[in-house]
Design a protein around this ligand. Structure first.
Ligand code: NAD
Ligand code: ZN
Length: 252
């Protein structure tokens, strides 16, 4: 049997040094980026997949077919578990905003639907699974803010035509927006450093976007092993919001 190659485990200081000497950094993140903001992820210890919702698992409730078959139950779950209007950007979001301001970050590709990168101030954000902040009437396309979903009793309905209002989030069984995906893959393919953080890389096609990366440094930041570790040039294990932060940033 061949000897297993040692993983390139390292620390936040190494990560910072690589970022400082890179010219085209791109960030690819998932739910673990927002857990420090109080939003549970899906697959870790306190994640939504470990919590009982009767006979249903979240992946089923968040599917396209469930949305059409049982919109009332979909919206009950969605309002209770997927929408966190009180959540604020954490140290990792702020660090990424500081990088973009200093022109050190080309773009953020996120699987998160919480809108926290944009709230932190980042402009070059590819929300490949959409956002809870955009909602549209399925009959007349009228747009609505998140408040409309939150204030509705049961299924949210359009003021203009009575149609069902659907969040612009990508449900299981739906394809992500083609143009957002093209933009995201272009950023990744142009990057010299890609930071992959807080994602289990188990949702497709998002996880395969990493295949477009051909740059020098693939950095993985996660509290547990990921499928990208085998390709990584640096792995930093631990809390995203502790590792990806400005040393001067004292808040959570
Ligand atoms: P996931 O739950 O499958 O994986 C999260 C990964 O992050 C796990 O490997 C976990 O160990 C790690 N992690 C969690 N908190 C961490 C922390 N503080 N520091 C370091 N690592 C941490 O999430 P995913 O890969 O993003 O895929 C889930 C899907 O669910 C995505 O498509 C996303 O759209 C959706 N989702 C979004 C949100 C959100 O918008 N904040 C929250 C839950 C799920
Ligand atoms: Zn309408």
């Amino acid at each position: 049997m061949g000897k297993k190659k040692a993983l390139p485990l390292g620390d936040a200081a190494q990560l910072r040094r690589i970022v400082a000497r890179s010219r085209r950094v791109v960030f690819f993140g998932g739910a673990g980026v927002s857990t420090a903001s109080g939003i549970p992820d899906f697959r870790s210890g306190e994640g939504l997949y470990r919590q009982p919702f009767g006979d249903l698992d979240p992946e089923m409730i968040l599917s396209k077919s469930f949305f059409y078959l049982n919109p009332a139950a979909f919206f009950d779950f969605y309002r209770a578990c997927m929408v966190h209007p009180q959540a604020r950007p954490n140290a990792a979001h702020r660090w990424l905003y500081a990088l973009e301001k200093r022109d050190l970050l080309r773009g953020i590709v996120t699987q998160n639907i919480d809108g926290l990168h944009k709230l932190a101030g980042n402009r070059r954000v590819y929300e490949i699974h959409g956002t809870v902040h955009e909602n549209y009437c399925m009959d007349c396309n009228k747009l609505y803010p998140l408040e409309k979903i939150l204030s509705a009793d049961g299924i949210p309905r359009c003021d203009a035509c009575g149609g069902v209002i659907k969040p612009s989030v990508v449900l299981y069984g739906e394809a992500p927006d083609k143009y957002v995906c093209i933009g995201a893959c272009r950023e990744i393919s142009n990057a010299d450093t890609l930071i992959v953080a807080g994602t289990s890389l188990s949702v497709e096609p998002a996880a395969s976007f990493l295949d477009y990366f051909s740059g020098e440094n693939l950095i993985v930041v996660n509290q547990e092993p990921t499928p990208a570790d085998a390709r990584a040039t640096l792995i930093v294990r631990g809390d995203v919001s502790e590792i990806l932060r400005d040393e001067a940033d004292a808040d959570g």
